[in-house]
Write a protein that binds this ligand. Sequence first.
Ligand code: NVA
Length: 215
Amino acid sequence: NLERWVTALVIRTYAHEKVTAFASAAPKLHVINALSDREHPCQALADVLTVRERWGHCQGRAIAYVGDGNNVATSLAHAAPRLGISVHLACPSGYELPGRVLEEASHGAREGAKVQAFVDPREAVAGVDAIYTDVWTSMGQEVEAAKRRRVFRPYQVNSALMAAAAPGALFMHCLPAHRGEEVTADVLESTASVVFDQAENRLHTQKALLLMLLS
Ligand code: NVA
């Protein structure tokens, strides 16, 4: 029915398999993943537009992602290295990105960009041009929230961690953020924070994505 009614379908769900099942069941539809438990590619489009606006040419830049090796981290690792941006991933043991994602990310890397996994957030952020974090408990993982608060505590982005990055480094977050958990309020509201540019750029990049697919 959907193939007869619409040209594109935007799905925001939990199980990634639902998105792929829709796409294979309806090959005439453009199926857009607006967030699954595995990937968040539309966010990554907004993220790379945001850093391009700030940095212009991106070759040689580096972003450290600190926290849960989740959907947002996966899509950042997929997208940023394609623009020549190195990605450092600092995730606690047991919460890392799957090896498959690191391979895909390295495979897509251009202009000398590297994808590297770390455990220690201080090592990951040393000298980088931006620090990115996301919630410790994603949608659908609410029962794990107490445990995750303990595990991720050393991965909070605060002013001390920002100070270990390059001077002028940006702070990035897909929002909504939890002040005092993955990021302190002073960092979220600092001049380094580009979180509302990222949010605005969801609008522009998602309009561009639809235009590209429909034209
Ligand atoms: N990792 C988060 C992103 C929210 C935009 C989640 O999946 O809930």
